[in-house]
Design a protein around this ligand. Sequence first.
Ligand SMILES: *Cc1c(COP(=O)(O)O)cnc(C)c1O
Length: 360
Amino acid sequence: MTKQISLDDFSSQLLSQTLSELQRHAQKQRLLRLDVRAGESRLVWRLDEACSYASGNKLFKQALYWKYAEENKSLPLLSFGGAYSNHLYALAAEAQRRSRELIAIVRGLHEGKLNPCLQDLQDMGAHIQFVSRKDYRQKADEGFLHSLVERHGPFIHVPEGGGGLIGAFGAQAIGLVAADLQPQTIVLAAGTGSTAAGVLAGLDLAAQRSLKAGRVPVKKRLLIVPVINLVSSDGEPSLLLDIKCLRTQLAIINEKIEGFKIQASSEAWVEWACVDGFQFGGYGKYPPNLAEWVQEFEKHHGVPLDPIYTAKAMAMADCYQSSKNSLDINCHVPLSGSNDGDVLFIHCGGLQGRRGFNLL
Ligand SMILES: *Cc1c(COP(=O)(O)O)cnc(C)c1O
């Protein structure tokens, strides 16, 4: 049977040490100031440059899996992704660097020449197994995972996207560092939302640490831009529920580690909203109006964007900061206070995925 790694597998000491390491890593990344209009800037935090091979948020989300792998040296890692998966790409690069074996289960039966991303995976030493779209849907089922054990032997299972609580835990480092950066408003793209949940929990933790030290925290606001169309289960979209749930779970873990009470539900220091309407047709869709806008943006500011995540979140940030924009979308952010002031844009990478759109 495959074992699902949980946070209980790690000591409090290892968890807080990992978080500090990741925090130092985040602190080193560049902040680029874009002047968007008189007296107002957008600071682009280039987490995409965090590492030459594995860009952006994946490094933070995968960190604890690698800690686990260090303790279990004989086991290969196995994970799932699409044909242009940023997650698999980052995992394969790190596996190669650490001389570890990676089994990449890729969605869809690809025949003939590999695409550039899959070719890179193979060149980095990953064993690729293609599965039909139908089989791929069972990626979290015990029976299917068992069939993979029978085929490949025991492995460390990294769920698709590397998300969930383990991934969100590492992403807290981004929030901890963002808490000390000047802009009050932060913009971030979301797929599964585990990075967003981690950033929220990191901001919560930073605020509580400040209070504990007798300082009044600066209030922060996270604007989350979902790139997948929201589907409701009984009223509230599941992405929002997932984010809330992970944030609460992280608060409980942080309490244990830090030894003091963390109030995740209180919006006193950290407020957030999901800004819907920037999916541009849905996941992976890249309509001409967006492509044209991105081309202008890149020409003007020299910051490359990926079509799946950062392009859409950047379009939202642009819309949020300017009353007139070329995208013709209503940007409605139902939050208290004004929209004035600088914005921190978290660039999570994904640039290798540009090749899927003939952009490299
Ligand atoms: C994977 C990825 C995301 C989504 O992260 P989630 O934690 O799933 O929300 C966002 N941006 C980029 C560039 C990514 O590669």
